[in-house]
Design a protein around this ligand. Sequence first.
Ligand code: Z5A
Length: 249
Amino acid sequence: MSAADPASSPASRPLPRGRFLVLEGIDGCGKTTQLEALRAWLPGSGLLPAGARLLVSREPGGTALGQALRGLLLHPPEAAAPCPTAELLLYAADRAQHVESTIQPALAAGDWVLCDRFAGSTVAYQGYGRGLSLALIAQLEAIATAGLRADLTLWLDLPLALSLQRRHGRPADRIEASGEAFLARVAAGFGQLAAQRGWSRLDASAPAPEVTIACRRLMEAAFGRGDQRAAVPSVALDAEAPVLPGAGA
Ligand code: Z5A
């Protein structure tokens, strides 16, 4: 194939597999704030190959099924609150659906996925927080993720006292209402996980713009500035319309 052959032009070449980026941390650590800042920055950052899209999602609730599960997990009707094991299985179901129907197809099409929480949250909340078997959680993680791991996990490390302060006055969901001792165990769990899994730690008590700059630097360090051409604008995943890529849709 000659260099002039249109089939070899950048536009017609298949994109390399996309990247999977995850934000983790305790309640109120600033994931939503940083997700929005990164959603605005990443498409023009020069990190995504030309033609790749950015999909922004979350757990629980990144698919239509996940949205229904999120309601049951966080705001269940009275007397319908799941017991700890049922809660664990519902998070696993949300993840299995999300990985198979949304994340893997996006990555296969060359798109990048930025996700608010992933499997680490289950280890921290259901494992360290609720005290469920870490071995069982590892088995469920393998099933739900089919072995998918994030290319980069940013851990927004926030002291417990600041988490409680940021949440002050806001109505608590069912998990948040589990109490301070529960949240302390979750926070300790995130610390252990970050060390075990090689997550990148950020000081989430710094002002939000500083945290954003730190997030960008870590992404640039991890992925370099390969292709400087701007990617197409970011696309937010909408659980009501969870159909993904094949790009351009
Ligand atoms: N969960 C689970 O148990 N197991 C699982 O496997 C998974 C999840 C996947 C999801 O709730 C719940 O599900 C979560 C864990 C559980 N439960 N809890 N609790 P969610 O996704 O709705 O909520 P969240 O993840 O806990 O997020 P959040 O409470 O909305 O917080 P956030 O997104 O991390 O923070 P934020 O909304 O960006 O910021 C919170 C406030 O702080 C807000 O007023 C900001 O303006 C402020 N903020 C943010 N950054 C800063 C800085 N840097 N300085 C000062 N103030 C800041």
